[in-house]
Design a protein around this ligand. Structure first.
Ligand code: ATP
Length: 234
């Protein structure tokens, strides 16, 4: 579904992503792991269209989207749930969800928002409240809900578990699996290596902008280099 080849992201003299080649198959969960500053967010921002790659190709569903605008990518079905959620805190829960459908012209948008409320009763109860009153976990659900109403085929999540309580972390990973079972491909950037490898089929490890490891999630979870570097030796 997503084929990225030879992607480079540069900020002036910083070479944040170097010759990255990754793919996400139809309905697959793929994780990208790496330490702070490894280039994970830069990779996602290039996929979203927020930064223009210095070189490389981004093909989604057979269409070359390398030079496409962020909104064209959203229309094609690629949605990013950014790091730190980036919901609109001064707007209500409902207004935030409406932002997720602004690119859609069809009449099912209202129904899709209702489906989000069915899935997340906490959001339904707070639909007319400012998003700022939500807990961190609820804000993450809202950010995912906002992406979902755009009917993604591929959801890219940038460190969604960051700052969440253990209870919300496990609910979040259950949700990721559920979304995937409903047919959405997932590209998951995480620092929570253990959880990410539990839900993913495959994974890539980024180090200083380069992909240094690529394997099934099962093998990565048993890889001694990775376990020492990111799993605290467990
Ligand atoms: P984190 O987990 O902290 O978000 P990351 O793996 O997502 O880290 P990036 O944020 O992609 O890493 O950063 C990769 C490199 O690019 C770092 O050296 C960072 O300082 C640099 N960088 C990121 N954004 C910019 C920018 N807008 N301008 C200049 N340098 C940047």
């Amino acid at each position: 579904m997503l084929e990225v080849s030879g992607l480079d992201v540069r900020y002036g003299r910083t070479h944040a992503v170097k010759n990255a080649t990754i793919s996400v198959g139809e309905g697959e969960i793929v994780t990208v792991l790496g330490a702070n500053g490894a280039g994970k967010t830069s990779l996602l921002r290039a996929l979203q269209g927020a930064v223009r790659p210095a070189s490389g190709r981004i093909v989604f569903d057979g269409k070359d989207l390398t030079g496409a605008s962020p909104s064209a990518r959203v229309r094609a079905g690629m949605m990013l749930v950014p790091e730190g959620r980036q919901i609109f805190v001064s707007m209500t829960v409902h207004e935030n969800l409406q932002m997720g459908v602004y690119l859609r012209s069809d009449r099912d948008a209202a129904r899709d928002i209702e489906a989000i409320y069915d899935r997340f009763p906490n959001l339904a109860e707070r639909r007319d409240m400012k998003a700022s009153v939500l807990s961190g976990g609820e804000q993450q659900m809202l950010a995912i809900g906002r992406a979902l109403v755009g009917r993604p085929r591929l959801m890219m999540l940038d460190e969604p578990s960051l700052g969440l309580s253990p209870l919300f972390v496990s609910r979040l990973f259950d949700l990721i699996v559920e979304l995937n079972q409903s047919g959405i491909g997932i590209l998951l950037v995480e620092q929570n290596t253990t959880m990410a490898l539990e839900v993913a089929a495959r994974g890539y490890v980024l180090e200083l902008g380069s992909i240094v490891l690529e394997d099934t999630a099962e093998s990565l979870a048993r890889n001694p280099t990775l376990t020492e570097a990111y799993l605290g030796g467990h």
